[in-house]
Design a protein around this ligand. Structure first.
Ligand code: TXA
Ligand code: MG
Length: 315
């Protein structure tokens, strides 16, 4: 029998308990402004290994380290002038930077999954910041779902996905953005979009100029694996309507029961995306037909997630 982890409302005591769990190598799920993270002490290999175990995640997938501010991040990663400008503009916030590890970097090697780089971000969410401050630790945290499932945007999603494989779930309510952070890497001094996310490409390009796309042969984020986001249901994309037997997920004005955003608002659609896919997947394991989503602003990240979720499974 699976026993679900305790979901705990946020209080000073709950934050102190969560910090103690992190310090002794346990796992704490916590809200960020993007999605819930499955956190462990990033200095502790065994704690980090417990993340991979809990998620049943492929081992070659490196994790994001959450730091309290840029000064903390600079102890772990080497910042170029361009990386500093990005951090100054977007931190705290939904931007992850993939940078070379410092020569005396104390982070677990497992967080980098064998690479000489580390993915790092400073979250803009009060509960996440309180946890970082109370623990005094850098916190490694992938999205708090079992591998291959959609990312959780509520504490209940975490409990449903991970059950007793997490020691404590801090409940900070639904996440504000509902879509993971944008991941930026560097190829010499050129910025490369490794994963579209909650900060749109255009916003980042105000600092970097034209972003390069990750393509085979250049540096690539292992999270770009085609089957990373995989609901059980089949997805049919760019569908004008449902065929018999399909469930329709609309976008924009429509009489359909399920709608990512009746107003056609991409930010609202991003915030709804994972919760709606999860609900439809549970309720209609056949085929979900999804309306076309415009490829502008957050639409790029939404379409990226949808294409991955629709890709044929790799065994
Ligand atoms: O919004 C988010 O980013 C959430 C919250 C919890 O912060 N975290 C999240 O983590 O989405 P995760 O582990 O599900 O995704 C991390 C992404 C993956 O695409 C991974 O491959 C990439 O970052 N990544 C991590 N370290 C990397 C590295 N050293 N080089 C290239 N890509 C890296
Ligand atoms: Mg994930």
């Amino acid at each position: 029998m699976t026993v679900a982890a305790a979901i705990t409302a946020v209080s000073d005591d709950a934050i102190a308990a969560a910090a103690a769990i992190l310090r002794r190598g346990g796992l704490v799920a916590f809200p960020t402004e993007t999605v819930y993270g499955l956190g462990a002490n990033a200095l502790d290999d065994r704690a980090v290994a417990a993340i991979f175990a809990a998620k049943a995640r492929p081992r070659f997938n490196p994790l994001i380290v959450h730091a309290s501010d840029q000064a903390a991040a600079a102890r772990y990663a080497k910042f170029t002038p361009l990386a500093k400008r990005l951090a100054a503009r977007f931190w705290p916030g939904a931007l992850t930077l993939v940078l070379p590890r410092t020569s005396d970097c104390p982070l677990s090697l497992l967080v980098s999954a064998g690479l000489d780089t580390v993915a790092i971000r400073v979250p803009d969410q009060a509960v996440a910041q309180r946890l970082l401050a109370a623990s005094g630790l850098p916190v490694a945290a992938p999205s708090a779902n079992a591998s291959g499932e959609v990312s959780p945007t509520t504490a209940a999603h975490v409990r449903d996905s991970l059950g007793d494989r997490v020691d404590l779930v801090l409940d900070g309510g639904p996440t504000r953005l509902g879509l993971e952070s944008t991941v930026i890497g560097f190829d010499r001094d050129r910025a490369v979009l490794l994963r579209p996310g909650a900060i749109p490409r255009d916003d980042i390009e105000t600092i970097t100029g034209s972003l390069h796309d990750a393509s085979p042969g250049t540096i690539q984020s292992p999270g770009q694996l085609a089957s990373h986001y995989a609901p059980r249901a089949r997805l049919r994309l760019n569908a004008a309507h449902a065929e018999p037997g399909e469930t329709y997920l609309a976008f924009g004005p429509s009489p359909a029961e399920h709608n990512l955003s009746r107003k056609g608002d991409l930010t609202e659609a991003a915030a709804n995306l994972f919760a709606m896919l999860r609900a439809l997947d549970a309720q209609a394991p056949g085929t979900i037909a999804i309306a076309p989503i415009p490829e502008r602003g957050l639409g790029e990240a939404i379409n990226d997630r949808l294409r991955r979720a629709a890709a044929p499974r790799t065994p």
